[in-house]
Design a protein around this ligand. Sequence first.
Ligand SMILES: CC(C)(COP(=O)(O)OP(=O)(O)OC[C@H]1O[C@@H](n2cnc3c(N)ncnc32)[C@H](O)[C@@H]1OP(=O)(O)O)[C@@H](O)C(=O)NCCC(=O)NCCS
Length: 216
Amino acid sequence: MDIGYKLIRSEILHLDGISSCHINAFPNAIFSKLGPKFLKKMFSWYFESENRLLFHIEHDGHCIGYFGLLINNGKLKMGSTSSIIQYTFSQIITQILLNPRILLHYSFLQNFKLIVRNIKLKMFSSKKNEIIINDNNTDYFPKLGLIVIGLRKEYQGKGVGTYLLKSIDQIAHDLKVKSIYLTVSKSNINAIKSYVNNGYNAKPIRESIYMEKYIL
Ligand SMILES: CC(C)(COP(=O)(O)OP(=O)(O)OC[C@H]1O[C@@H](n2cnc3c(N)ncnc32)[C@H](O)[C@@H]1OP(=O)(O)O)[C@@H](O)C(=O)NCCC(=O)NCCS
C-alpha cells in the first residue's frame, strides 16, 4: 500500500521531531518519562554504528512515525536495551537526580535485574568490550532487529504502521538478512495484531513476546 509518506533516513537534525513523536507514541514508558533531552541522546545511539539504522516519516514537515533497526550478525556485545542504557547512562543518572520520583516508575521494578546488571557493567566491569552474546550458530544470521517503532496517536490504527513494516521488509530484503525479529510486551495487543497481520510469528518469553518474520 502506498500511503503517500516518504521514508526518510534520519539524521541528527531530525532527533527533536523523533523524540517528540516517541513521547506521543509511548506516553507512559520510562524512556519518555526521562524527557526529550534524554531521548535525543537515546536516538543518537543509532548514529554510533553502521549496524544501526533510524528512519522516520513526516506529515506537513512534522515527524509522525519512526523505527529503529539493528543489523545483528550473531556477535553482538550485548542486547540493544543494555547497549542503549550503557550509552545513555550519565543522562539517566542526571534525570533521576533532577526528578527522583522517576524511580517509582513500574519499569524500575519490572527490569530490576537488567538495571543491576547494567550498573555493575558500568561501574565495575573492565570487560565492557567483551562479547557477551555470541551465538555460535551464525547460519541463522544476519538478522534485522526491530528495536523500536512508533506512530503519533492520531495516525495509529489507520494502516500507517503496516506501511512502515512493509518498508522494513524491503530494507531487510535489500540487506539480504534472513529474518526480522522484535520483542513486544504481552499487553500491547494492538501492536501484536499489527505484527501478526504483517507476517510475524510469535513465541512467548516471560512477560514479553518474541516475534520473527523470515525473509524469502
Ligand atoms: C504498533 C503500531 C506501530 C502499529 O501501527 P498502526 O498503524 O497502528 O497499525 P496498522 O494500522 O498498520 O495495523 C492495523 C491493525 O492493527 C490494529 N492496531 C494496531 N495498533 C493500533 C492502534 N494503536 N489503534 C488501533 N488499532 C491498532 C488495528 O486494529 C488493525 O487491525 P485490523 O486490520 O484487524 O483492523 C502503532 O499502533 C503504534 O505506534 N503504537 C504505539 C507504540 C507501540 O506500541 N509500538 C510498538 C512497540 S513493540
